[in-house]
Design a protein around this ligand. Structure first.
Ligand SMILES: [Ca+2]
Ligand SMILES: [Ca+2]
Ligand SMILES: [Ca+2]
Ligand SMILES: [Ca+2]
Length: 351
């Protein structure tokens, strides 16, 4: 797709966005040009998560605009934009945020995990490509204060349907809730986190290739990570605490398989130094820490809290977002090495 056609697609999205703010979803119509203007200072849109929404084997991108409770799915062709989808209003009420995307109902099309942090509520919205198929029920989260949703999408009980993980950093607790589509199947036990203060459940992915997702813990203050292997919603084996990359400011962003051995690896990011690194894992043990790689040029770039394989080589790639500049970029990886940085792509905009 050339620059002109990309821009036309962007215009269509911008106009769709204005219409969409009043309703749950819509069918796009031809825009009349000359009204919307892209903003160089950003407008609140963020790339949240990569996932295949239309079952064409190619990973797409979930956008959200939290302040206005909006989401959009952009269908991708590798690291190029194929078609920006309509802007869709989220669940009714304040406080909702789209957290992540993954397949909850076994139709091989990704769905959207919504969480309302102030009210501690969960909702799964089933999608059909970039269109809303069916908004699921609003489900109250675990009892007590301080719960947050873990930004990831993974299946803990090998039933082909994603499950939901909630973390309570204040009380150092986590729990896996097994889902059946957009319905709650079984809330798992509340499990205490690693010993000491400062731990957060950072992400989830299958680290030991048993088909069941595991939990990546991060302690940014102490620069530590740990992988806890799970058996469904039960803790199987807590892994060792592993020191992070040298220097201050590193956080674990997400876990995904970067070297095609079926075991998830860890993506690190250092916002202050604009660096990323992929550390290859062998179960809950560190296999090989990858090199520190400079991020995209300019300030404000952060990797999305999910990785995915954008170019069919089986290895995970990195989805970058610059919310201030309203840009995204897909960087293709080869294991822990950078293969090819993709173009910067402007995000949704409206007047
Ligand atoms: Ca796709
Ligand atoms: Ca499941
Ligand atoms: Ca596992
Ligand atoms: Ca791996």
């Amino acid at each position: 797709m050339g620059t002109i056609s990309v821009l036309c697609a962007m215009w269509a999205c911008a106009f769709g966005a204005e219409r969409e703010a009043s309703g749950p979803h819509f069918e796009g119509q031809s825009p009349s040009p000359g009204v919307a203007v892209p903003r160089s200072d950003g407008n609140g849109w963020k790339t949240i998560y990569p996932a295949d929404f239309n079952n064409d084997g190619m990973v797409d991108v979930l956008w959200q605009r939290t302040r206005h409770n909006l989401m959009a799915v952009w269908l991708m062709n590798g690291s190029q934009l194929l078609a920006p989808g309509p802007v869709i209003s989220g669940p009714i009420g304040d406080g909702w945020a789209a957290i992540s995307a993954g397949d909850f109902n076994q139709d091989h099309m990704a769905d959207v995990f919504w969480y309302n942090s102030p009210q501690n509520l969960v909702a799964i919205w089933l999608m059909n490509g970039s269109q809303l198929l069916a908004p699921g029920p609003v489900i109250p989260g675990p009892i007590g204060d301080g719960w947050v949703a873990v930004t990831s999408a993974a299946d803990f009980n090998s039933d082909g349907m994603n499950d939901v993980v909630l973390n309570n950093p204040r009380q150092n607790l986590m729990t896996v809730w097994l889902m059946n589509g957009s319905q709650l199947l079984a809330p798992g036990p509340v499990i205490p986190g690693p010993i000491g203060d400062g731990w957060t459940a950072s992400s989830t992915a299958d680290f030991n290739a048993d088909g069941m997702a595991d939990v990546l813990w991060n302690n940014a203050r102490r620069n530590l990570m740990a992988v806890w292997l799970m058996n469904g919603a039960q803790l199987l084996a807590p892994g060792p605490n592993i020191p992070g990359p040298n220097g201050d400011g590193w956080v674990t962003i997400t876990a995904f398989d970067f070297n095609v051995d079926g075991m998830a690896d860890v993506l690190w990011h250092n916002a202050g130094q604009n660096l990323m690194a992929v550390w290859l894992m062998d179960g809950s043990q560190l296999l090989a820490p990858g090199p520190n790689i400079p991020g995209p040029i300019g300030a404000g770039w952060v990797p999305a809290q999910g990785a995915a394989d954008f170019n069919f080589d089986g290895t995970a790639d990195v989805l970058w977002n610059n919310a201030a500049q309203n840009l995204m970029a897909v960087w293709l990886m080869d294991g822990s090495q950078l293969l090819a940085p993709g173009p910067n792509i402007p995000g949704p905009f409206e007047n």
